[in-house]
Design a protein around this ligand. Sequence first.
Ligand SMILES: N[C@@H](CCC(=O)N[C@@H](CS)C(=O)NCC(=O)O)C(=O)O
Length: 201
Amino acid sequence: MLPILYSYRRCPYAMRARLAIYIADIAVELREISLRDKPTHMLQVSPKGTVPVLVLPNGVIEQSLDIMMWALKQNDPHGWLNADLNKAHALIVENDTNFKRALDCYKYPECYPQLSQIDYRSQGEIFLQQLENLLNQHNYLLKDTASLADMAIFPFVRQFAAVDSAWFASSNYPQLQKWLDTFIHSDLFGGVMKKQPTYFV
Ligand SMILES: N[C@@H](CCC(=O)N[C@@H](CS)C(=O)NCC(=O)O)C(=O)O
């Protein structure tokens, strides 16, 4: 039996898991779910109810970063793990906490009326500027080729950019714009964003 990956196409956490599984060339049964009607089996094996979830014959991996590491430790043809992994993890933690919070508020400002949408965008820009500074030092976040950090983070920057693409295109993050564009137009990203029917049951 193939491992089962419960996923949601537009979820950035699920995207990072799919990216690593794709590059590692590991066959999985991909089950695209509806977040409003989650499959019973998924909730049985992982009651927390978030995607991605990877179901293996001998266990369940419930966090996107752990799924990336599981895949890349088996096969890492582009050397995504050949980087300072402490730095990678520090950036990913910043992404998954402060930046993700700012992203949610910027995307849905009506849910967070305490501040304006521009305020939330400014909060997110602290991270964008940090990434821009790194990209001024090398082609990718930690070195001249892509690493775990780029792959775990770009799906979130993509969402941030898409909230107001005209603003992002005119913003003062030229390296970040180029970096994001490279990923969005890559065969790799195209490969993990193919549409497929929703799995219920
Ligand atoms: N820490 C988790 C976060 C995953 C997560 O929050 N996924 C969202 C979708 S982007 C989700 O499944 N939310 C549950 C829901 O909306 O019901 C991970 O890294 O895998």
